[in-house]
Design a protein around this ligand. Structure first.
Ligand code: PAF
Length: 280
C-alpha cells in the first residue's frame, strides 16, 4: 500500500496501475461501514484494478467550527485498516494542499441539496460536491463508492455526475448498523455513554413510524418517539420523495423518512424507506 499526500504524488503512484480505479472517498475515523465500502471496492477493482481510499476531513463542508475541530482523526489505525482491507493507495492531503487561499470555484447543486441537511447546514453540499469532484479528478477514478447512510449526499453526488457528465460510475453500499440498530457513524464515538444508550431510539422511531399509513401520522409518530427523550433534540424530521428529495405530502411515490438529531453538539442522521401506498 502506498500513501500520497499530494495530487501529483498520487497520480505518479497511479501511473502504472491498470484495470479499473475504484475510489472510496472518506473523512477517516473508520468503522465497519467504511470497511464494507473498501471490501466492495476491492471486489469491483478485482486483482488487476486499484482501490484508492481518500482520507480528508474536508473543512469546507463543516458549518460548525466545533464539529470540524472535534472530528476524530485516528490516522495510524485508519492506515492499518486500509492495509488490512486490500487498499492499494491512500490519499491523505492537507487542507492547504487541497485548497489554495485564493480559490474561487465552488460546485453548487441547487435542488436536491436544499432540504434536509442542506437546509440546516448552509454550504455543506457545496463543500461536499467541490471536494468530491476534486477527488474524482485527482484520482482519475472510473468508479466511486459511497455509503447509503448519507442518502442525500449520495443523491446530490449522482445528480452532479449526471448534470456535469462526470465520467465516474457511482456505487453505493447499505448502511451498517450496531446490534441495537444505531447507524454506524464516526460521530458515535463522541456520544456520552448516556447519549449512546439513548441514540438507538432514532432508528426505532423511524422504522415504527414507517408502518403508519399517512404522512401526517408518520411524521407525528416519529417526532413523538424521539421527543419523549429529554436528551434528544430534533434538527429536522422530514418525509421526502425518494428521487427528488422534495417534501412528500402523499405516499403515492417511494419516499424516505429522514431525521437529524442532536445529542449535545453531536448530530446524528438516519433514514428509512417508506413503501408506496397504492390507493385501492
Ligand atoms: O461522507 C463523507 O465522509 C464525506 O462527506 C465525503 C464524501 C468523503 C466528502 O468529504
Amino acid at each position: 500500500m502506498q500513501v500520497a499526500t499530494t495530487g501529483s504524488s498520487l497520480r505518479e503512484f497511479l501511473r502504472k496501475s491498470g484495470g479499473p480505479r475504484v475510489l472510496v472517498p472518506t473523512m477517516g475515523a473508520f468503522h465497519p461501514g467504511h470497511l464494507s465500502l473498501m471490501q466492495r471496492a476491492r471486489e469491483i477493482a478485482g486483482t488487476q484494478g486499484s482501490v484508492i481510499v481518500s482520507i480528508f476531513v474536508n473543512p469546507i463542508q463543516f458549518d460548525r467550527p466545533n464539529d470540524l475541530a472535534a472530528y476524530p482523526r485516528p490516522i495510524d489505525s485508519d492506515l492499518a485498516a486500509c492495509e488490512a482491507n486490500g487498499v492499494d493507495f491512500v490519499f491523505t492531503p492537507s487542507p492547504e494542499a487541497m485548497y489554495l487561499p485564493d480559490r474561487s470555484i465552488t460546485v453548487t447543486e441547487n435542488l436536491l441539496s436544499r432540504n434536509l441537511c442542506g437546509a440546516t447546514r448552509p454550504g455543506h453540499f457545496d463543500g461536499v460536491c467541490t471536494v468530491v469532484l476534486k477527488l474524482f479528478l485527482i484520482s482519475a477514478c472510473d468508479v466511486a463508492i459511497f455509503g447509503e447512510k448519507d442518502f442525500q449526499q449520495l443523491a446530490v453526488i449522482r445528480r452532479m455526475v449526471r448534470d456535469l457528465d462526470v465520467p465516474v460510475e457511482i456505487f453505493s453500499s447499505p448502511t451498517v448498523r450496531e446490534p441495537d440498530g444505531l447507524a454506524m457513524s464516526s460521530r458515535n464515538a463522541r456520544l456520552s455513554p448516556e447519549h449512546r444508550a439513548d441514540a438507538p431510539r432514532i432508528y426505532q422511531a423511524l422504522t415504527r413510524a414507517a408502518g403508519l399509513t399517512s404522512p401526517a401520522d408518520i411524521l407525528s409518530g416519529a417526532r413523538a418517539a424521539i421527543e419523549c427523550s429529554p436528551l434528544a433534540r430534533i434538527d429536522y424530521l422530514s418525509l421526502v420523495d425518494a428521487e427528488t428529495l422534495q417534501l412528500a405530502s402523499t405516499l403515492r411515490r417511494p419516499s424516505v423518512l429522514a431525521a437529524a438529531v442532536f445529542y449535545d453538539d453531536v448530530r446524528l442522521i438516519d433514514h428509512v424507506a417508506i413503501p408506496v401506498d397504492f390507493p385501492s
